[in-house]
Ligand binder design. Sequence first.
Ligand SMILES: *Cc1c(COP(=O)(O)O)cnc(C)c1O
Ligand code: SF4
Length: 335
Amino acid sequence: MSAPPPAVPTSAPWQRSLRRAVSRIGELCELLDLEPEELGLDEAAWRDFPLRVPRGFAARMRRGDPHDPLLLQVLPSAAELLPAPGFVADPLAERRAVKAPGLLHKFAGRVLLITTGACAVHCRYCFRRHFPYAEHRPWADGWRQALACVAGDASIREVILSGGDPLVLDDDKLAALALALADLGHVRRLRLHSRLPIVLPERVDDALLAWLSGTRLQPVVVIHANHPNEIDGGVRAALARLRSAGVALLNQAVLLRRVNDDAAVLAALSESLFAAGVLPYYLHLLDPVAGAAHFEVGETRARRLHAELAARLPGYLLPRLVREVPGAPSKVALG
Ligand SMILES: *Cc1c(COP(=O)(O)O)cnc(C)c1O
Ligand code: SF4
């Protein structure tokens, strides 16, 4: 008998989709039948935070519409370079909450672990777009310091995997991390904050469901959809699989000018989410991160929109309107 062929490193279909994301403006314009001149682009805007859009997400954008609400979320616009007082690199003063490399402890009972700096999509309004990921590499030592810190604090009931986007990591790494956390008796819940179920729904495959539903920890996934057009058949199928694996599903959105600052759009988002088995959790005011001022919706207008939304929806479909205030013991509710 001949020897078996050497193992070829295989990659899951979602990893191929991740690698094939659109990263050239010219290509995005071709896909959408747009001329770069119509878009108010600036090369300097994408030099330090490049364009990145999974093809499946781009396919949900309206062709020929330079104001498409999904497109505006990813487009490196010249407006990012305008000076905006108060918009800074670290709007949440997160560096103060760091307890171990990549481990942020701001709120009682829960810690946030930065698992990677990478994302499947680059959202222009992202509050971590200037985060010094290079200084926070908890994965570099197999999360040893971060895990030791969680082990040493019995008040921690919930560990939140964040990033970047934790679901760009492969399942072996995530399963190992979940196993290590499940060993800590006081930890009850494992929460993931991820945009992948929306922007790359093929990520929700058997390998992911196996470790996520196989852990002793109660799994919660907070997805991140800002507009109802983001939720298509592929996304609904991915969410249904998560739900049938026993995962609690919540959504957080960011209130963004020209994207979703409209009570009808926000109501439609809540309705589509609930139809897909997801409860609206938070509607965040934009964090004042440098480069994102053109997305800002003022607080007065945000409160008015939220009141309009409350008048349209049952209470359980109304996301809490919140903002982050550095040093506050929780997200701060408005409205
Ligand atoms: C937002 C956040 C959390 C989670 O807050 P919840 O109100 O529980 O959703 C936890 N830790 C950090 C550092 C955060 O920024
Ligand atoms: S961390 Fe979230 S909001 Fe920021 S770029 Fe990644 S997916 Fe987008």
